[in-house]
Design a protein around this ligand. Structure first.
Ligand code: FPP
Length: 235
């Protein structure tokens, strides 16, 4: 079968960490710790394949409602990842991008993410976008507000608002929309992730839990994607 091209942008909902841990009689947070290993494997494979954009859902605006201990463990993990991996990221020419806002994060986690953003800002290889304190609806509301403000300040005509200008206000700008969304853990839903950007994205869901996700699973998702015909609403 004729194979289509590699996806340029892969987005991932890294679900199933809690279940992975519970199945082993471990505290849920051990699943998140193991999830970091899966993220490292996946990023390494994405870089090896020369895929320019990887976007991962690390922490949603809804995740603040989890038990205090789990939230603070996740914040600690994010801080640890940014600190421990920074040399590796720099060496591999990886640029970190943030989707969402760091405002409500604990100071140490926030500082670690800000440093990783600064130190990798000029890198030209794969961009790893981390959705952190991110919600798709909140991102859309922020974009609408920016445009409304520009209109009311007389800097923008209402007639000039089009899809391109709208997309340019999103946290994801200037990334292209994801070609492929991978969700682990078997749930068939979007969970407030990249609501605008996923309009024509190909979806691939696996029952595998995120800590079990391997480079081979990634290759499988990509092969499946390459066999699909994307029509973007045309015939
Ligand atoms: C979903 O599993 C996973 C999360 C809410 C967190 C994912 C975060 C990481 C893997 C760490 C990210 C860190 C960086 C630096 C990007 P779940 O807890 O909802 O699992 P369940 O559905 O089995 O309960």
């Amino acid at each position: 079968m004729e194979q289509g091209s590699l996806p340029k942008h892969i987005a991932i909902i890294m679900d199933g960490n809690g279940r992975w841990a519970q199945k082993r009689g471990l505290p849920r947070v051990m699943g998140h710790r193991q999830g970091i290993q899966a993220l490292k494997r996946t990023l390494e494979e994405v870089v090896r394949l020369g895929i320019p954009f990887l976007t991962v859902y690390a922490f949603s605006t809804e995740n603040w409602q989890r038990p205090k201990e789990e939230v603070s463990y996740l914040m600690g993990l994010i801080e640890e990842y940014m600190k421990k991996e920074i040399h590796n990221l720099e060496r591999n020419n990886i640029k970190i991008k943030l989707l969402g806002s760091l405002d409500p994060l604990p100071q140490k986690a926030r500082a670690a993410v800000e440093e990783a953003l600064e130190r990798t800002a000029k890198k030209s290889g794969t961009t790893l976008s981390v959705a952190l304190n991110y919600g798709g609806r909140a991102e859309l509301v922020r974009a609408a507000r920016k445009l409304a403000q520009a209109v009311s300040a007389g800097e923008l005509d209402l007639e000039n608002i089009d899809e391109e200008l709208f997309a340019a206000q999103l946290d994801s700008a200037p990334l292209p929309d994801p070609d492929l969304l991978i969700r682990t853990g078997g749930q068939m839903r979007i969970s407030n992730f990249l609501l605008w950007q996923l309009a024509y994205t190909e979806l691939w869901v696996t029952p595998k839990l995120w800590p079990d996700f391997t480079a081979q699973d990634l290759q499988e998702a990509i092969e499946d994607y390459r066999r699909r015909t994307r029509r973007f609403g045309k015939i």
